[in-house]
Design a protein around this ligand. Structure first.
Ligand SMILES: [Zn+2]
Length: 362
């Protein structure tokens, strides 16, 4: 078996060398002793009782087994992990944060730096790999190969997102980066994904810090109803999700509004500008389904039954509304061309989470 990526299939090996992970080798860091620095997080918000309980549960378990935190969208997953980061940094343990999306790496590393002002937080992604070592590494799952047998604890945020989901090599390299255990975070887990990881302790958080239930999407089969909705919301902030880049470009021309897709090079600036505006429509694809928060925004999904939207992505998209501590407004509408099983499953999942309504341990 390859010690680097755990491949065992004979066709990967040539003269005893594993070809599967060859391009990823040679860049791995050497192990160094980490200094223990008394670290205290500077959180500008207070954690709720449910968040504190979950935070303690994570610390109680993640040094003896993998942990999976299934928390509804907007439950404050990042903040729940702050005590764990504090715990690791002040004991000289190597902790990392990996997530499939570059955009989330950028936003998250900035946010964590405001919580840990005295620590060196490094963001590592495709075009940003000059500095790869720090007190806390925040990286894309594509960069994890640099950290062979490195992390005492690795937080893996949104493992059900593209391009990590379904990529066996990335999952194996991630497993190889661990000295200890992994903490998986998501609102929308796919339980089959972690079979190779062994036993996992599950923690559920079904409540947002605002104590508000999740907003259940309104489903319509009338395109006119959707257009009318956009007209009603003309003085609000609206995220309009569409299935393809072509549709996004077309809609942004018709509606004369901003558009963010994976082809957009200045996405971060566009997001920032949209955040500052009082109202307007932002047309986007699944690229913005997770990790972004716009205060008091509304969500409309065009063609929610399209194959690019799965249950997880629709749940994440509908989770963009009524986030934060004191949301004032916001709801979500799905326009479907015909009845869709995936849309039904998403609504079921949200109603179930609302019914559970409190943090529980599994
Ligand atoms: Zn290998």
């Amino acid at each position: 078996m390859c010690p680097f990526c755990f491949a065992s299939e004979p066709y990967y090996f040539h003269h005893g060398i594993c070809r599967r992970c060859l391009p990823y080798r040679g860049a791995s860091l050497e192990e160094k002793d980490q200094l223990c620095v008394l670290t205290q997080a500077d959180l500008s918000i207070e954690l709720t009782q449910a968040q504190i309980e979950s935070a303690h549960q994570i610390i109680d378990h993640c040094f003896s087994t993998h942990v999976c935190v299934e928390a509804v969208c907007g439950a404050g997953k990042t903040e729940m992990c702050v005590p764990l980061i504090e715990h690791c940094l002040s004991r000289g343990l190597k902790i990392g944060w990996a997530t499939p999306r570059k955009q989330i790496v950028i936003e998250l590393s900035e946010r964590l730096q405001t919580y840990f002002k005295d620590s060196k937080i490094v963001a590592v992604y495709g075009s940003n790999t000059e500095i790869v070592e720090g007190d806390l590494v925040v990286c894309t799952t594509h960069q994890i190969f640099r950290y062979h047998h490195y992390f005492d604890v690795l937080i893996l945020d949104e493992p059900d997102a593209f391009p990590f989901k379904g990529n066996q090599l990335l999952q194996d390299l991630l497993r190889a980066s661990l000295k200890g255990y992994c903490v998986f975070l998501s609102a929308t887990f796919d339980n089959h994904q972690f079979i190779n990881f062994g036993p996992i302790h599950k923690i559920y958080v079904n409540q947002r810090p605002s104590m508000e239930p999740l907003s259940v999407p309104i489903v319509t089969m009338s395109l006119w109803r959707m257009i009318l909705e956009l007209w009603f919301l003309r003085s609000e902030k609206v995220l309009l999700f569409v299935p393809t880049i072509q549709t996004a470009t077309l809609f942004s021309k018709i509606l004369q509004c901003r558009c963010i897709t994976s082809k957009n090079e200045h996405a971060a600036q566009e997001i920032e500008q949209f955040r500052r505006e009082q109202s307007g429509i932002l047309v986007t694809t699944t690229v913005l389904e997770r990790g972004v928060t716009f205060k008091d925004c509304f969500v409309v999904v065009y063609d929610a039954g399209h194959v690019v939207f799965d249950e997880a992505s629709l749940t994440q998209i509908s989770g963009r509304v009524r986030r934060g501590m004191n949301p004032k407004k916001g709801h979500c509408m799905f326009y479907v061309k015909e009845r869709s099983k995936v849309v039904d499953a998403c609504i079921n999942r949200i109603q179930k989470a609302n019914g559970a309504g409190y943090a529980s341990q599994g």
